[in-house]
Design a protein around this ligand. Structure first.
Ligand code: FUB
Ligand code: ZN
Length: 632
């Protein structure tokens, strides 16, 4: 591990290996992820030639390059997710299988560390193997080649694999490649940047695991070199390469690229203390949450360029909202929380997690959305050729990305700053950590997101003084997101109740956290009640598509109206402000399994209108769905 006494995030996540989910919402999804999605993604990588590309590059088998120039990255992400599952569920068969794939990856690596299967195959077997836009020679077309993007994912995967297994077989491949890149790029070397960011995050992970400064320096170089035309043509807005990062103030261009860049900037800023980068990243965040964020936490409004739109350009049916962009948004907001300690970032993370992200994968763990619109007529084939989830894609960045996030989800629940513990996400779990020299366990019991009651049982191995900081979500305080992009029609907030060992404690909320400091004794119990009425939300008037419309939320969930639950088209629903909204538990018809016990919002008197959680839409065939209905 890195032992440098350098700057870093002041807050550290409690690792996912120390948090065991026991809840009914996420734990079954993690199990589906481990038992279905991981093997499914591996099988897809086999079937589609993604693994063979490495074997062919290595000369281990005959064939030709198949697919897109960045297909290498998909198997890296799948390995990363699989490695996380090995931590918690040792699986010798999976371990051996991953080693076999890693052996092919290692064999495909060129003598000097270069790894990019399409070029290696092209050089061995002929130029027809060079995927389009890969660039004629090494590093000659970084704007589009994805040479640096692919290996960024490899670094993340290799660190995950090394951490899970203790084996260096993958890490050594990654380091050899990173050493080549560090020897090639830099202020006195080749001054160019990746056209698709991602390597910055990967390099920081390599730095953390090895303690080698050169990897952090390289990440810093790639961040700072953007927007500087030192002997090259700038990539422009699409790749966030239009002006220096420290001068940027608007989320722009391809949304996944942007999200990974912003996460990478946060990493570099935290590790170097660079205030100009922190100011820039804060400004860009402000821009997103006040002008470019969907209610679901999705980002990237336009299909064209998979890109952010202009301020308030948030169309519903044609919303792109790539699942990978939601994931990037989660990564970015998590890092900003670690930097600033403000709950508003976890609020955005939570909104994205339960809505814009979770819709991206079907309950069965093997069908996926790439774009995530907020409205569908059941006809427009927004999902790269279909109007419902698909079992993989030709360009299949999203399915492995979903896998790696779900596998690591418990790592987002808690965080620690010296003798402070942050309770960020609400989900039943058992966790252990060390604080002020004591071993402490926290058991969290809740039916979140269906109910807003939370019970925390604290068990230190000896009485220990520390501070417990429990997030009070913005939605519970009458504000869906910071700023005025969205607001509740009725901002009145029912009282939040906090008790300690049965005695009410007035919640003192600082930076969005209720703070309790005391000498904790084994068996201390804290309860938090966050009332969860169904609430109407409206948009800023400049979101033209939503003028005269209203959406419904309950707790962290955004709701939608879908065709099977309503006897009229969801497009014809009119919801007046005075009609009573009641909530109910119900099973979503034929898609019943343990995870589908949903809450609906019913309009009385009849005709009732039923809304289901947005993440659950499109499980019962193809048809109409709307998030924003007419306000009567
Ligand atoms: O370019 C690699 C990935 O493919 C991007 O992150 C996605 O948006 C998709 O275009
Ligand atoms: Zn994607």
């Amino acid at each position: 591990m890195n032992t440098n006494s350098q700057k870093d995030y002041p807050i550290t996540p409690i690792p996912f290996t120390q948090v065991r989910l026991t809840d009914e919402f996420w734990q079954p999804r993690m199990e589906t992820n481990r038992t279905v999605t991981v093997p499914y993604n591996l099988q897809k990588c086999e079937e589609t030639g993604r693994i063979d590309n490495f074997a062919i590059a290595a000369g281990l088998m005959e064939g030709k390059f198949t697919g897109i120039r960045f297909n290498d990255s998909d198997i890296f992400k799948v390995i990363e997710g699989a490695a996380y599952t090995l931590h918690t569920h040792p699986d010798p068969e999976l371990d051996v299988y991953l080693d076999a794939i890693i052996a092919k990856i290692a064999a495909a690596q060129e003598e000097d560390g270069y790894l990019f299967t399409t070029r290696t195959i092209a050089e061995r077997l002929g130029p027809e193997n060079l995927a389009s836009d890969a660039g004629k020679t090494r590093w000659s077309y970084l704007k589009s080649s994805h040479e640096l993007y692919n290996v960024g994912h490899m670094y993340e995967a290799a660190v995950a694999h090394y951490t899970a297994t203790g084996k260096r077989n993958f890490l050594d491949v990654a380091l050899k490649n990173a050493d080549l890149i560090a020897a090639t790029f830099g202020p006195d070397k080749l001054r160019d940047v990746p056209g698709h960011e991602e390597i910055e995050i990967g390099l920081v992970k390599l730095y953390r695991v090895t303690g080698q400064q050169k990897y952090l320096d390289l990440a810093k170089f790639f961040v700072e070199e953007r927007g500087h035309a030192n002997g090259r043509e700038l990539g422009g807005e699409y790749t966030q390469d239009h002006k220096p990062v420290a001068e940027q103030d608007e989320a722009i261009g391809h949304a996944v690229r942007a999200g990974y860049l912003y996460a990478g900037i946060a990493d570099v800023a935290a590790l170097t203390g660079d205030q100009a980068l922190i100011t820039a990243i804060d400004r860009i965040w402000e821009n997103v949450v006040t002008k470019k964020l969907y209610l679901t936490g999705g980002i990237g409004a336009r299909h064209q360029g998979e890109a952010f739109g202009d301020a308030y350009e948030l169309p519903n049916a044609t919303a792109y909202n790539e699942t990978c962009a939601a994931i990037a948004n989660i990564f970015w907001n998590h890092r900003l929380f670690l930097l600033h300690g403000d709950a508003k970032y976890i609020d955005i993370l939570e909104r994205t997690l339960y809505n814009g992200f979770l819709a991206g994968i079907a309950f069965n763990g093997k069908e996926f959305f790439y774009p995530n619109p907020l409205e569908s007529d059941g006809v427009y084939t927004f999902n790269h050729g279909t109007a419902t989830r698909q079992p993989w894609f030709h360009c299949s960045c999203c399915p492995p990305n979903v896998e790696r996030l779900i596998a690591a989800l418990p790592g987002y629940v808690y965080a620690q700053r010296q003798d402070e513990i942050y309770v960020n996400l609400f989900t039943s779990n058992e966790s252990t950590f060390t604080i002020a020299g004591s071993n402490v366990s926290i058991t969290q019991a809740t039916r979140y997101p269906w109910e807003g009651t939370l019970k925390l049982t604290i068990t230190p191995d000896a009485p220990t003084a520390f501070t417990l900081k429990i997030r009070i979500p913005g939605w519970a305080q009458g504000q869906p997101v910071p700023g005025n992009l969205y607001r509740y029609v009725n901002a009145e907030t029912p009282g939040i109740m906090l008790t300690l060992n049965g005695t009410p404690v007035p919640p003192e909320v600082t930076q969005g956290f209720a703070t309790l400091h005391r000498v904790w004794q084994a068996g201390d119990v804290v309860t938090l009640v966050l009332p969860m009425p169904a609430r109407r939300v409206i948009s800023h008037p400049q979101v033209t598509e939503n003028v005269g419309k209203v959406a419904l939320e309950r707790g962290p969930l955004v709701y939608c109206a879908e065709w099977p639950d309503n006897d009229r088209s969801p497009f014809n629903i009119v919801l007046s402000d005075d009609v009573l909204l009641t909530t109910d538990h119900r099973l979503l018809g034929p898609i019943s399994d343990r995870t589908t016990n949903s809450i609906t919002i019913i309009q009385t008197p009849p005709p009732s209108t039923t809304f289901i959680p947005y993440y659950a839409w499109s499980h019962r065939g193809v048809g109409e769905m709307v998030v924003w209905v007419k306000r009567g």
